[in-house]
Design a protein around this ligand. Structure first.
Ligand SMILES: Cc1cc2nc3c(=O)[nH]c(=O)nc-3n(C[C@H](O)[C@H](O)[C@H](O)COP(=O)(O)OP(=O)(O)OC[C@H]3O[C@@H](n4cnc5c(N)ncnc54)[C@H](O)[C@@H]3O)c2cc1C
Length: 449
């Protein structure tokens, strides 16, 4: 994997630059807003809260615009951050946006300049603002406590898309409530931001290459049980076109045309290697309604695949030494990576540490054994937590002591990739950091947004 690619830490510079740009835009909007209000309203204890309240409102609207940019699957941003991380940031910035919107009216009323009480008919802009806050509250509560309210992912998604329409209401509130927002620099700046926002969303939806493909048609060529509760689905292109390009470790959104399987898009890692130009493989563990219903999928069923997504791939960096740590079904990106390295006859040292409960739950067991025999610089260590045999590190967990024994000291050019349950990934990252691995040499992917 030697080329012009960056070292593991170097992509961070691009990320930091984008964050700084974003922050600068937010600061600029707040600064223009604050300058305008401080000039118009002398800073006295009462009016100070009004100014802060107005700045909060403008930040909330700017963050609200950003929300859709983060969620609309823009290829350029996905390549740098990975869609999974963008969606996590979308969640965090959504909460900040709600808090700012929530405190905005309180700060306004705190000054005494605005009187609290029932809204009269000419206060429709305030009413729109109140609806926005309720919409944001609903979006945040249903996202953060989705499991507590026993809300299925698809029902939540529908509700979330409805609450997303508050962005229009927020803009209507902002421009209608105050004449100052409709003139001068403040208006010009907001107009530029809104035009950029509309263009970005439109480009991401309609124009190649900013957007992802709308979905390619595939046909299931085989559907088998790869291990206990794990379905292996092999797909071939429906037409004579080749399989799209992707990096080992990336994922796709897939859906199936089968009466027993809900027509929903779910994210699943591509387990096959990009060099396998005829076959796309997925290994899917039954955890909920959709994944369990996949036992009904049979050869000949049609599938739609939207891909590739994600930044979890060693092929993005210049790497000399790879350590792959997988927990259970977290083996799927590692399989794609190992299969590709084997195709390329790579000589780079690779160590796979795979922790799972029992052999019955470990897919592609035989294939990995064959790979380790034929790929001289590949070492596979299995940590089997609920079974004992002579060859395996049995009955153990991948705790600090076990990990330190298994991974050598950090050397320049080494990349550690972790995929598995969230707690396991956090623990392993901590152990590695404590034993001298730099943060930039560790990447991980969680199987949830
Ligand atoms: C980047 C990524 C790669 C993944 N790769 C694999 C893989 O290779 N093999 C595998 O077995 N699983 C993989 N998953 C997990 C898989 O997507 C979920 O297990 C599946 O969507 C669960 O759906 P369900 O209806 O069966 O279960 P549910 O009980 O409805 O969902 C379980 C959890 O999965 C998530 N989820 C459910 N539906 C969706 C959806 N439509 N979009 C996004 N998230 C959803 C939610 O966090 C939910 O809490 C991956 C997930 C991600 C994010």
């Amino acid at each position: 994997m030697k080329s012009e690619k960056p070292l593991p830490g170097q992509i961070k510079a691009k990320k930091i630059l984008i964050w700084l740009l974003l922050f600068a835009v937010l600061l600029l909007l707040a600064r223009i807003g604050a300058r305008h209000y401080f000039r118009d309203t002398p800073v006295k204890p009462g009016t100070f809260s009004v100014t802060i309240g107005r700045v909060f409102a403008q930040w909330a609207v700017a963050l609200l615009l950003l929300q859709s940019v983060l969620a609309v699957r823009i290829r350029f941003l996905d390549r740098i951050f990975g869609l999974d991380r963008l969606l996590k940031f979308h969640r965090a910035s959504g909460i900040i946006c709600f808090l700012m919107a929530f405190f905005h009216p309180m700060l306004m009323y705190l000054s005494g300049l605005k009187k609290a009480g029932p809204l009269s008919s000419d206060q429709w802009p305030e009413a729109i603002g109140a609806i926005c806050i309720i919409g944001l509250w609903l979006a945040v509560v249903s996202s953060v406590w989705r499991k507590f309210f026993d809300l299925g992912y698809q029902s939540w998604l529908r509700l979330h898309r409805i609450t997303a329409s508050v962005v229009m209401l927020a803009l209507a509130h902002m421009f209608s409530i105050e004449s100052a927002m409709r003139s001068g620099w403040i208006f010009a700046c907001w107009l530029v931001v809104i035009i950029l926002w509309v263009c970005t969303i439109a480009a991401a939806k309609f124009f190649f290459p900013l957007r992802f493909a709308s979905g390619e048609s595939f046909v299931v060529s085989s559907a088998t049980e790869a291990a206990k509760n794990i379905r292996q689905l092999n797909l071939v292109p429906a037409k004579e076109n080749a399989i799209f390009d992707f990096l080992p470790g990336q994922f796709a959104f897939i859906s199936f045309d089968n009466p027993q399987v809900a027509k929903e898009e779910h994210p699943v890692t591509i387990a096959s290697a990009p060099d396998d130009r005829e076959n796309l493989q997925f290994l899917i563990k039954g955890v909920g309604d959709w994944t369990k219903s996949l036992s009904a999928i049979k050869a000949g069923d049609k599938a739609k695949v939207i891909a590739p997504f994600g930044a979890f791939s060693p092929f993005r960096y210049e790497v000399d030494n790879l350590i792959l740590i997988a927990g259970g079904i977290g083996i799927t990106p590692m399989l794609s990576i190992l299969r590709q390295l084997f195709h390329e006859k790579a000589e780079m040292p690779v160590k796979l540490i795979w922790s799972y409960k029992t052999s019955a739950e470990a897919p592609c067991f035989e294939e990995l054994e064959t790979l380790s025999r034929n790929y001289s610089s590949l070492e596979i260590i299995r940590v089997v937590t609920r079974e004992s045999t002579e060859q395996k590190e049995s009955g153990k967990r991948l705790d600090r002591e076990a990990l330190i024994k298994l991974v050598p000291e950090y050397r320049q050019g080494c990349l550690v990739m972790i995929c598995g349950p969230l707690k396991m990934m956090k623990d392993i990252r901590r152990y590695l950091l404590e034993s001298g691995y730099p943060d930039s040499a560790i990447v991980s992917e969680e199987f949830a947004f």
